[in-house]
Design a protein around this ligand. Structure first.
Ligand code: ADP
Length: 477
């Protein structure tokens, strides 16, 4: 049994802004089920939503700052959660990174530096908790200073640093390094310094014993200039300790057999019932109810990363094809407007909902035939996994986790029944259109289509599978 301290800036269901929270809420649960002694640690934000009892267990002083450690449980589990309570830094409205108006916290470097310092105290049994870690598992830049600070300790635990998205690095002017009173020996180009700036993520990349990211393909991509944001050199230098482990998905929430948000539950053995979800989705989206027309769907943040510009470039051609399209998303205001304008012009072909709507997201996954995910980059991605569970065939660009979780429908994979989706390489409207045409053609052959759906629904995207891979890594170090 390993003693693991899992450090993250957000943990579902306590606090969530994105996919990191899902991982930090699910992976520790799965590791606990594999009989590991795992503790989660995160800041005690004002906006934490907790249903479990919270109790004070200790107070710690670091760098002339005081913090309390509060203990609670991850809701509906026995996983212990330690909250780093420092009201001066964390008892504010807003989310972990921005204030109520969406502006980045001016003291964000102070916030996560204190958090990292406390993680180090807890991991090394200096926080009066009578517990020390064998492994500290850090996540994204907010925890990057932990491996760096541990590197100058004696008897230190092993460290793993997981990259959930290289696009966020925690960069600050050099003066912040001095203001934070960080150990001088960490300031050099092989340490926390990045082009005369302080880089939190480099603390993880330069000092952790193992670096992971959330898919094997993304682990390779970030070693190249296109995806590495200037850190590709360091990452390719570290290639032998860098690996990719695909995230699991929450099967309690996303299973068509038990999904309470959809019109009609279904499974592999009752796939014929999926059509009821299609016709109700068409009706609620004010599209003509038509069982045989291929229905396309997309659920996404409307931002560059998701290749939404490719969709916009294809829409004019798509409305001339025999298909319907249901889109749900929010993000870039000009993209939102263009999509709404298009839907107004072609109300019988395209339905656009702007906003965040979990219920509708489930209905789309269950109701559509084909899901579009043409991301420019995608560390792991969830919707392509949900789609496969729901017998909804994803069209993806072959990048990151999309490349690793989809088996493209090619003659060979079709022949041996391993095809689960359709993928294309180039991030161009032409390549996306070709993939769409390929999907429509495949859809027209009902027998092959059902085979693809069945293979997709059978895939194992459980957290248990991923947790076993993390455990193997912990055992190695
Ligand atoms: P990312 O974390 O980069 O946004 P993922 O595919 O990993 O992308 O996860 C996105 C998650 O957010 C999925 O669960 C998806 O269904 C959900 N989502 C995104 N946009 C919306 C929306 N407008 N309404 C409901 N759910 C959404």
């Amino acid at each position: 049994m390993k003693k693991i301290l899992f450090a993250a800036s957000e943990v579902h269901p306590l606090i969530k802004t994105g996919g990191l929270a899902d991982v930090a809420g699910s992976l520790p649960r799965a590791l606990a089920e594999l009989s590991q002694d795992i503790r989660i640690i995160l800041p005690n934000y004002q906006s934490i939503k907790n249903t479990e009892e919270v109790r004070f267990i200790s107070s710690v002083r670091v760098n002339n700052q005081d913090a309390n450690i509060l203990e609670t449980k991850l809701p509906d589990s026995d996983v212990i959660v330690w909250l780093v309570d420092c009201p001066a830094l964390f008892d504010t409205p807003g989310n972990p990174y921005v204030d109520e108006s969406g502006n980045s916290w001016p003291n964000i470097a102070d916030r996560f530096t204190l958090f990292c310092r406390i993680v180090v105290e807890v991991a090394t049994n200096r926080a009066h908790l009578d517990w020390s870690a064998d492994v500290v598992h850090c996540n994204d830049w907010q925890t990057g200073l932990v491996p760096a600070l541990l590197s100058i300790e004696g008897n230190k635990p092993a460290t793993v640093f997981t990259i959930h998205n290289m696009a966020y690095q925690g960069m600050f002017p050099e003066s912040v390094f001095s203001d934070l009173n960080l150990p001088r020996q960490l300031w050099h180009p092989n340490g926390l310094e990045f082009h005369e700036m302080l880089s939190f993520i480099k603390g993880g990349l330069a000092y952790a014993d193992r670096i992971t990211t959330v898919s094997p393909t993304y682990a390779l991509e970030i070693q190249t200039p296109e995806y590495g944001y200037g850190l590709e050199g360091l990452l390719s230098h570290k290639y032998d300790i860098l690996s990719g482990i695909i995230n699991g998905m929450d099967l309690n929430q996303w299973s068509p057999e038990t999904d309470t948000s959809i019109s009609e539950p279904y499974g592999i053995d009752s796939l014929e019932k999926k059509i009821i979800n299609k016709t109700s989705l068409q009706a609620r989206s004010s599209l003509p109810v038509n069982k045989s027309v291929p229905l396309f769907g997309l659920i996404s943040r409307l931002v560059d990363q998701k290749g939404i510009d490719l969709i916009l470039d294809c829409l004019q051609e798509m409305v001339n094809m025999p298909l319907q399209f249901v889109l749900l998303g929010s993000g870039d205001k000009s993209v939102e407007q263009k999509l709404l304008d298009f839907a107004r012009l072609y109300p019988k072909k395209i339905s656009v909902t702007i906003g965040y709507n979990e219920g509708l997201a489930h209905q789309i996954e269950a109701g559509v035939d084909i899901f579009l995910m043409p991301s420019r980059f995608e560390p792991c991605g969830l919707n392509q996994m949900y789609s496969q569970r729901y017998g909804t065939i994803p069209i993806v660009r072959e990048t990151g986790g999309l490349a690793d979780t989809i088996e493209d429908a090619l003659p060979k994979s079709l022949a041996n029944n391993t095809a689960t989706g359709i993928s294309f390489k180039q991030a161009t409207p032409g390549a996306l259109l070709e993939a769409i045409k390929r999907a429509i053609l495949l859809y027209s052959d009902k027998k092959s289509w059902k085979k693809i759906q069945t293979a997709a629904m059978k895939k194992d995207f459980s957290w248990e599978k991923s947790a076993k891979q993390y455990l193997a890594l912990y055992e190695e170090i």
